[in-house]
Design a protein around this ligand. Structure first.
Ligand SMILES: [Ca+2]
Ligand SMILES: [Ca+2]
Length: 503
């Protein structure tokens, strides 16, 4: 008995001492929300945090596993990218308690939540800025408050004049009332550290979307990367595993360089929008071949990096317009398939799953989510065009052939086969229209087959015996599979996709 006790305690000791097996990296399927236009919980016409919490079942049910909330901190503007108090929730959206509840509800649903963090600039109404301006107007040019911004006595590019004085301040986003912070200031870095600490450790959010990272030190990539590295280290020290995604609105080469900061991922702007490589691929004469070229370019530029592909966000025209798919539901569905199956942490802007449209003035791209239950929010101020090309959530829920239900199925494929988002790629079939690729991680391997032709069925022959384990065909026809002589013949209807596993 004593010996067994001894063995037992030794085992306990070993379990305590041995490091836990490193968990495989979690790759989420992200959903971007503009709270003002998403869901209004109290009937004042403005979407709010409680509205997001109310709709968490919908978001999770659609297969999105993580949320990026556009800015929620106190701000005088409708978009809230110009903050006046980083440690307060804007009244229009609710309270800090509402954010805590949303964060807890996300975690209960095994979802992650990140906040938009605009720290390149503040509002001109931020007390830090008004205090500095008061000092200058009163001739206190040595006042410590001046250190938080970039003031000069001469005009220049991206310098705005401070009224009634001979002073100018840096403002990279001209005319927005958004003076740039001096990120070299010790006081500013201390404030930023306090903000990160509060949201990560006190409220409990899982990370941040970093706004406008190329404007931190405009025109100085090395300094931007160094500052991002400081942000990443600070977050990691406060809460290991915090997730950071940066807005580096640049080409692939620059984006690749920014990964040196250690920030988890950067939005893949080169694949987004009408002239981005996803839309270009779908327009190409040989779209399958174009997809392979696009992917090889990404693997060359960003090997072993976590990608963050997206079709549209709050600053771009919505995908239905970019794809010219107002009358082309199969194409809209297939673009979703490309986004969700290409690999990486995909980002979907709210409303894309029901084919919302919007372009031109920014507010047009941020229209009320069309729930179809009479709870839609007010139009964002400045909207000059309101159009919906596809039916509401309520109507699409009831239609098995809707874009919404297709998105749900494609997201389910991603979830059932984690290799798709996180695995290493190997090309199996690379034809003009038919493409088959293998994705593998330490846990498993699957094949993804896609037919890029909008009109023609494609048949491919695979060496080995495979079974279809998930499909999301867009035209309603079924993928046909036949096995003979250790080979698998796969017939894919137009725009069909499926996932296979070895028999
Ligand atoms: Ca409200
Ligand atoms: Ca700046």
């Amino acid at each position: 008995m004593r010996r067994w006790l001894y063995v037992f305690s030794l085992l306990l000791l070993l379990t305590a001492v041995l490091p836990a097996q490193a968990a495989p990296q979690r790759v989420d399927t992200w959903y971007e929300i503009f709270p003002r236009s998403f869901r209004d919980s109290d009937g004042d016409g403005i979407g709010d945090l409680r509205g997001v919490t109310e709709k968490l079942d919908y978001i999770r049910g659609m297969g999105y596993t993580a949320i990026w909330l556009m800015p929620v901190m106190e701000s005088p503007s409708y978009h809230k990218y110009d903050v006046t108090d980083y440690l307060a929730i804007d009244e229009e959206y609710g309270t800090m308690e509402d954010l805590r509840e949303l964060t807890d509800a996300c975690h209960t649903a095994d979802m992650r939540l990140i906040l938009d963090l605009p720290i390149n600039h503040t509002s001109t109404q931020h007390p830090w800025f008004t205090a500095a301006c008061d000092a200058l107007r009163e001739g206190r040019t040595e006042d410590p408050s001046l250190d938080r911004y970039v003031f000069r006595q001469e005009a220049g590019s991206a310098m705005a004049q401070l009224e009634e004085t001979g002073w100018y301040y840096e403002e990279q986003f001209a005319g927005g009332g958004m003076p740039d912070l001096n990120l070299d200031s010790e006081a500013v870095r201390e404030e930023i550290t306090a903000i990160l600490d509060f949201y990560l450790c006190d409220v409990g959010v899982d990370g941040f979307r970093l706004d406008a990272v190329t404007s931190y030190y405009a025109g100085d990539k090395d300094k931007n990367i160094a500052f991002l590295a400081w942000l990443k280290e600070t977050c990691e020290a406060l809460k290991p595993g915090s997730f950071l995604v940066g807005e580096c609105w640049k080409g692939l080469g620059d984006i690749a360089d920014y990964y040196a900061s250690g920030v988890d991922t950067f939005f893949l702007f080169p694949v987004s929008q009408a002239e981005g490589s996803i839309c270009q691929t779908l327009r190409a004469r040989k779209p399958g071949a174009a997809f392979v070229t696009m992917m090889d370019k990404l693997y060359d530029a960003l090997p072993d990096r976590l990608w963050a592909p997206f079709l549209a966000n709050h600053d771009t025209g919505r995908a239905i317009g970019s794809l010219q798919a107002r009358q082309n539901l199969p194409k809209a569905k297939f673009a979703e398939a490309v986004l969700q199956l290409m690999g990486g942490a995909s980002f979907t802007y709210y409303g894309e799953e029901i084919g919302m449209v919007g372009a031109g003035a920014d507010p047009n791209k941020r229209l009320p989510m069309l729930w179809g239950d009479g709870t839609e929010t007010e139009l964002p101020p400045g909207t000059d065009r309101v159009e919906y090309a596809y039916p509401s959530v309520a109507e699409q829920e009831a239609d098995p052939a809707s874009l919404l239900n297709y998105c749900r199925r494609i997201n389910a494929l991603r979830a059932e086969h984690p290799e798709i988002a996180a695995g290493a790629n190997r090309w199996i079939v690379t034809e003009d229209f038919a493409v088959v690729f293998e994705r593998s991680t330490a846990e498993g391997t699957c094949l993804v087959a896609m037919n890029f032709s909008p009109k023609q069925e494609q048949t491919v022959t695979l060496a080995g015996l495979y079974a279809v384990t998930g499909e999301a065909e867009t035209g309603g026809e079924t993928v046909r599979i036949e096995q003979r002589d250790s080979q698998t013949l796969l017939s894919l209807p137009p725009y069909a996709v499926c996932v296979l596993r070895a028999e």
